[in-house]
Design a protein around this ligand. Structure first.
Ligand code: FES
Length: 297
């Protein structure tokens, strides 16, 4: 009988968490893979070197051979300079033969480390990843059911005596908008019948003399208002009717009104909106309350 509200609420959240974590993992793995490439020759450079090393161009004519040889020499010199610059950058002491004159040699940025393009690409990916993670975190925070208060958690709705007094005075249920709940009295003499029908989680509240009915019609979800004349709940959408304790009396609804467990501590009444118990089956009539006046719909 227990409607898995927590499960149905948590399922899309868990899917969202999974998607955010998957996206974050992809970004992090992509970033770490690219980080491991730092300091290596780019693919284009390696292809040029490989092409020069295998002497593909040597086979053509003498001019090509000379150009290829020059390319190999230039590539080797560039690699040596890059290696030397990398060692110097890492703090390694680079020694040269005595009498060697140091000359300025431009550094091959591709061979040395992160190029400007790589820097911007990684910065962009990192910003996108951070924005996605921040959006995911805020989305989860917004959707996560609260256990401290608000609909989806436990909500204190007042003192038992006050609630029962108001119901008696106005001949109408007490409505709590935060819990989206109608509170109505449950007669003590109907408890033996209730024990055979209702979920045990509902019985403490019924024994204290209260039921907490979810305002949502179990047919198609309209809000079900209270009808003062009939002293029933009557749905304006398709005409389903329920007695004072939410047991179905007519219309297309598939069952009675869904409801929440109630905890009574001292005189404090708390409705646990994190657990929805499905309404009783069609035909349930534990209180035998008939229609007390004209219908509202
Ligand atoms: S939504 Fe209430 S009867 Fe259809």
């Amino acid at each position: 009988m227990t409607l898995a509200l927590s499960l149905s609420t948590l399922l899309p959240i868990l899917i969202g968490v999974f998607l955010v974590l998957a996206a974050a993992t992809v970004f992090l793995l992509g970033g770490s893979r690219r980080r491991s490439d730092t300091g290596r020759l780019s693919r284009e450079t390696r292809q040029r070197d490989a092409s020069a090393d295998t002497g593909d161009t040597v086979e053509t004519d003498a001019a090509d051979s000379e150009a290829a040889g020059t390319n190999v020499e230039v590539a080797a010199t560039a690699r040596a300079r890059a290696d030397e610059a990398r060692r110097a950058a890492s703090g390694e002491i680079v020694t040269k033969p005595a009498g060697t004159v140091a000359t300025y040699e431009p550094i091959d940025e591709e061979a040395l480390g992160v190029t400007r393009r790589q820097f911007f690409n990684r910065s962009t990916l990192m910003l996108v990843g951070l924005a996605t993670a921040a959006f995911g975190a805020s989305l989860i925070g917004f959707l996560w059911p609260s256990s401290a208060g608000g609909f989806g958690g436990k909500i204190r709705v007042g003192s038992l005596d006050d609630i029962l007094g108001q119901i008696e005075e106005k001949k109408a249920p007490v409505y709590n908008p935060e819990a989206r709940t109608f509170l109505n009295p449950y007669p003590a003499d109907a408890l033996p019948a209730a024990e055979k029908v209702y979920d045990p989680a509902l019985l403490p509240g019924m024994e204290a003399g209260l039921v907490a009915l979810w305002q949502k019609c179990p047919h198609l979800g309209c809000r079900v208002p209270w009808c003062e004349t009939s002293q029933w709940f009557e749905c304006p959408c398709h005409g389903s009717k329920y007695n004072r304790v939410g047991e179905k009396k007519g219309g297309p609804a598939p069952r009675g009104m869904d409801r929440f467990p109630i905890e009574v501590t001292g005189s404090d009444v708390t409705v646990n909106t994190g657990i929805v118990i499905q309404g009783p089956p069609i035909g349930t009539d534990t209180t035998e309350q008939g229609q007390e006046g004209p219908s509202c719909v």
